[in-house]
Design a protein around this ligand. Structure first.
Ligand code: NAD
Length: 304
């Protein structure tokens, strides 16, 4: 796609930096999001604003989605004024975590209208999105994936995991359940360590030099928990949604994920206690409240 016009729908924590990376590479980008502030930032950076999905679909050849839930992806693709009826758009790339079942249904609905869905969820968080260092898990028609490869590679490392939309989603929800399992057990472990009189900064140094090392001990706990900033940038409500999608996938496939279900319960309890918008890294707060201690690193200072 030489002089293609790209569209981007959903300019939240992940969509904003991904759209900026496409724009900064010199591409013509049309954006849409009901949040005016998110749109304004992209427009300042050179994007054009479409006030509806239909308007965007009349301008863009290929459209990227970074939307919160399966329901919103379905609505934007197949609902009234959705991309299935787009005048110009032919390829839709879903970068959201939507789950394999919805993704396959949306792909079929779009195919019935002559559109191609590339399933392409991402991993790496907001920092990975900002740095253009995400892991992208693509599944869809090979020709469409290859046509979009140069743009997708602006966002990170592209892994083609299948040709059927939904397979990228399966890969993604498995990745996320592993990631939240690491965060949950690491949070419990840090609380136990503090109860044992251990220094949490020192614990992280030891864990990262030893076999307890994982994505939470390497990044989320030192960056977002020990300083008490809780600003990883992923809402607990969306994380609980991802865990639900993985457990549902496991149930459909006849896999009994006992540990996965326990992690899902922790995420759900955090969402129900602290609210869906709380940061994923606040899972530790429920463990702390039960144990009666706080895991504070030197970076948090003395204050509360
Ligand atoms: P977010 O809630 O920050 O952003 C979602 C954006 O979609 C918002 O700007 C919202 O206004 C917009 N939106 C909602 N309904 C819309 C509609 N009907 N039309 C157009 N725009 C609409 O969410 P996020 O954290 O950026 O996550 C986006 C997706 O990426 C989710 O599926 C999430 O599971 C996945 N994801 C998130 C992370 C992360 O670390 N935050 C990492 C990987 C994947």
């Amino acid at each position: 796609m030489g002089q293609a016009i790209y569209g981007f729908v959903g300019l939240g924590n992940m969509g904003r930096p991904m759209a900026l990376n496409i724009l900064r590479a010199g591409h013509d980008l049309v954006v849409h999001d009901p949040n005016d502030d998110a749109v304004a930032e992209l427009v300042r950076a050179g994007a054009r604003h479409a006030s509806s999905v239909a308007e965007l679909g009349a301008e863009a050849d290929a459209v990227f989605l970074s939307l919160p839930t399966p329901e919103v992806v379905r609505q934007v693709c197949l609902g009234d004024g959705g991309l299935s009826a787009a005048k110009r758009t032919r390829i839709i790339v879903d970068l959201s975590t939507t789950g394999s079942e919805t993704e396959a249904q949306v792909a079929a609905g779009l195919a019935a209208k002559g559109k191609i869905l590339v399933d392409c969820p991402v991993s790496g968080g907001v920092s990975g999105a900002e740095a253009g260092r995400l892991a992208l898990m693509a599944a869809g028609e090979a020709e469409a994936v290859e046509a979009l490869r140069p743009v997708l590679e602006l966002l990170g490392k592209l892994f083609v995991v299948g040709t059927e939309p939904g397979m990228g989603q399966s890969m993604k929800v498995i990745n996320n359940l592993m990631s939240t399992t690491a965060l949950t057990i690491s949070s419990e472990a840090l609380v136990l360590g503090v109860k044992c009189g251990l220094d949490p900064d020192r614990m992280i140094e030891v864990l990262n030099a030893g076999s307890g090392r994982n994505s939470a001990t390497e990044r989320k706990i030192p960056d977002n928990v020990l300083p008490r900033s809780f600003d990883f940038g992923f809402a607990i409500g969306l994380s609980a949604k991802d865990a639900r999608l993985c457990i549902e996938e496991a149930e459909r496939r006849g896999v009994d994920m006992k540990v996965g279900r326990a992690v899902q319960q922790v995420l759900n309890a955090t969402r129900d206690t602290l609210g869906a918008d709380a940061d994923l890294t606040t899972v530790i707060k429920l463990v702390e409240a039960q144990a009666g201690v706080e895991v504070r690193g030197a970076a948090a200072g003395e204050g509360k």
